[in-house]
Ligand binder design. Structure first.
Ligand SMILES: [Mg+2]
Length: 307
C-alpha cells in the first residue's frame, strides 16, 4: 500500500504498522479528535497553490468521519486545520459537518451539512483587526519591489500574508530575494510609523509567512481545541513546520498524562522539514497513504460506533 520510497527517506512506517497504530486510537479514551492539515496532507503539493486539489480518497474518508462525528460527538470530533483561509480550504474539501480552521487557526467556522462551502460563516478574532492593513500593505509592497515575478504568489489573508515561491527555479535564492525585499520595504518606511513590527516571520515549505506576533500558530490552535473539545485521544496529521508545533503540543499533553494520541507526518514530493519528522510519532510516505490510513480509521470507527 505504501508509495515508493524516496532515495533519502527517513524511516517510513510500513503500512500494517501504521494502520495498527492509528486503529489503536479507537481503543484509547474517547472522544477521538482528528485534526488534519490540507496541503501536503490531504492534497498533494502543486507548484501553483491555486491548483491544489484534495485526493478523492481523502474526501471519502472525511465524509465518513464527518458523518460519524455528527452522529456520535461523544466519540469523535473532526477539524481541518490549514494555513489557507478557512473559506479557501472549505472550498477545496467540500465536506459538510466539519470545522474548518484557516490561517493556522486564526479564523474558522463549521460548515453545516448539505451547505455550499462558499456559505461557510467564518469568525475572525476581532483583536487581530489592526493587522489587516499592514499585512495587505506588506504583500503589495514586496510584490512591487520584486517586479511581480511569475514565481511569486502573494496570499493576503486578513491579519497575515504569505509569500509562496513553489514555482521558483531556485528556492534558496527565492527566500533570499523575498527577505531582501521585505527588509527594503521596512527600511524605506513604506510600512508607516509602526512598521511591520507587529507581524512575525514564519518559514514553511516554500513559503514565508507574516502573522500577528504572539497570535500563535497551529500549536496554539491545537491547545485551544483540546481545551474546548476535551478529547481523550488526538490524531494530528501534517507535513510542515507549523504542523510540527501541533505535534509538540500533543506530545507535551501526552507526557503529562492528559491524553493519548498520535502525530502523523506526511511526506510528499518536496522535502519534509527535519523538525516535522523529529516531532512525529509516525511517518507516512505520501498524501495517498494519509488518505488510506484515514479511510481505514473511518471504516473501523464506523463498524465500532454504529454496532
Ligand atoms: Mg501542509
Amino acid at each position: 500500500m505504501a508509495g515508493s520510497r524516496p532515495a533519502h527517506a527517513p524511516e517510513f512506517d510500513p503500512w500494517p504498522e501504521a494502520r495498527r497504530r492509528v486503529l489503536g486510537l479507537l481503543d484509547t479514551p474517547a472522544p477521538l479528535l482528528v485534526v488534519a492539515d490540507f496541503d501536503g496532507t490531504l492534497a498533494p503539493i502543486t507548484r501553483d497553490p491555486l491548483a491544489t486539489r484534495i485526493l478523492p480518497a481523502g474526501r471519502r474518508a472525511l465524509r465518513l468521519l464527518a458523518r460519524l462525528a455528527a452522529e456520535r460527538p461523544e466519540q469523535l470530533r473532526l477539524a481541518v486545520l490549514s494555513g489557507r483561509t478557512a473559506l479557501d480550504v472549505a472550498g477545496r474539501v467540500r465536506v459538510g459537518r466539519i470545522e474548518y480552521l484557516g490561517n493556522h487557526g486564526l479564523e474558522g467556522g463549521r460548515l453545516p451539512a448539505r451547505t455550499r462551502a462558499e456559505k461557510l460563516i467564518v469568525e475572525v478574532d476581532p483583536s487581530l483587526e489592526r493587522h489587516v492593513q499592514p499585512a495587505a500593505l506588506l504583500g503589495r509592497s514586496v510584490a512591487e519591489r520584486l517586479g511581480e515575478p511569475d514565481w511569486l504568489f502573494v496570499e493576503v489573508k486578513g491579519p497575515s500574508v504569505a509569500f509562496h515561491f513553489r514555482q521558483a527555479p531556485d528556492p534558496d535564492e527565492a527566500v533570499a530575494r523575498v527577505d531582501a525585499a521585505i527588509a527594503a520595504v521596512g527600511a524605506a518606511g513604506e510600512a508607516g510609523p509602526t512598521g511591520f513590527g507587529e507581524l512575525e516571520r514564519f518559514e514553511g515549505r516554500r513559503v514565508i509567512e507574516f502573522r500577528p506576533r504572539g497570535a500563535g500558530g497551529k500549536g496554539a490552535t491545537l491547545r485551544r481545541l483540546i481545551e474546548r473539545e476535551r478529547p481523550g485521544t488526538v490524531l494530528v496529521l501534517g507535513d510542515d513546520r507549523s504542523d510540527a508545533e501541533a505535534f509538540r503540543v500533543l506530545a507535551e499533553e501526552r507526557t503529562r498524562g492528559r491524553l493519548h494520541g498520535l502525530a502523523v507526518a506526511v511526506h510528499g514530493a518536496v522535502e519534509t522539514p527535519p523538525e516535522v519528522v523529529e516531532a512525529a510519532d509516525l511517518l507516512l510516505p505520501s498524501p495517498r497513504d494519509a488518505a488510506a490510513v484515514l479511510n481505514a480509521l473511518a471504516r473501523a470507527a464506523s463498524v465500532r460506533l454504529t454496532a
